[in-house]
Design a protein around this ligand. Structure first.
Ligand code: 6PG
Length: 250
């Protein structure tokens, strides 16, 4: 079995290479279906990419009207909250690019009924991807960050949602920070055409090694290690600092 598709960029060039890779993936999807459905990741890593995408070079290269944005996960806070993944994307990506709100579907983390919000989002994903049950919604590109505990989206180690084979969107509890979360489940993530990990910084080097070069059953069962899209593929977009504990030929 071929190894993972690793892209390792100089720390300073990471955002540019990530933008070029995302552009290539979006162009492939638009050429194939006329659209690219992208699930944005949360946390802080995407900010550098968003700033590059809204810069003079890339803002005019992407076919923004053919892109539709959904989210991999959301904190259960209002969109105006500084911890909102949608709020960050709106501020750094959607508003600077004047993305039509009709092509953005956020998870309603602020809902009093979070289970209802999860079900509502799942239904929206099914409509967007024409995937009635029992099919899984198929997202063209799922962006994922990597937590230093190996979590992806809001699927944390030990989370019951990791075992959920029925729901496309689940409610989970984070061990840190904003506790209550909405998240795509592995069922949807592993039906993506492409899963693109965006990971930077030396602080992530140990967990990157644990996921890509596991040395124990525990490491092999980390949430990020369970990402095996089929028939899709996984691409890792790393900077050199995040990759520096890997032994694989760079
Ligand atoms: C979230 C994310 C989460 C994030 C990782 C990495 O809502 O927090 O979706 O999965 O991608 O925790 O976060 P950083 O990019 O901040 O390191």
């Amino acid at each position: 079995m071929s190894g993972p598709d690793l892209h390792i960029a100089d720390d300073l060039g990471w955002a540019e290479e990530a933008a070029a890779l995302l552009h290539q993936l979006s162009e492939e999807s638009v050429a194939s279906t006329g659209r690219c459905l992208i699930a944005l990741s949360g946390g802080s890593t995407p900010a550098a990419l968003y700033c590059t995408l809204t810069g003079p070079e890339w803002r005019q290269k992407f076919r923004w009207p053919q892109l539709h944005f959904v989210f991999g996960d959301e904190r259960c806070v209002p969109p105006e909250h500084p911890e909102s993944n949608f709020g960050t994307a709106r501020r750094l990506l959607f508003l600077p690019l004047a993305i039509d709100p009709a092509r953005i579907d956020r998870m309603k983390g602020e809902a009093a009924d979070v289970d209802g919000a999860a079900r509502e989002y799942e239904e929206r994903l099914r409509v967007l991807t024409a995937s009635p049950r029992p099919a899984w919604p198929t997202i063209d590109v799922v962006l994922l960050g990597l937590g230093d505990d190996g979590h992806i989206a809001s699927l944390f180690p030990g989370s019951p949602a990791l075992e959920d084979r029925a729901k496309a969107v689940a409610v989970t509890l984070s061990p840190k920070g904003i506790r209550s979360r909405l998240t795509l489940t592995l069922g949807v993530i592993n039906r993506a055409t492409v899963v693109l990990f965006l990971v930077t910084g030396s602080g992530k080097a140990p967990i990157v090694r644990a996921v890509l070069e596991p040395r124990s059953a525990a490491e092999r069962s980390l949430p990020a290690a369970l990402v095996h899209p089929h028939p899709g593929r996984v691409i890792w977009m790393l900077d050199r600092s995040a990759a520096h504990e890997l032994h694989q030929p760079q």
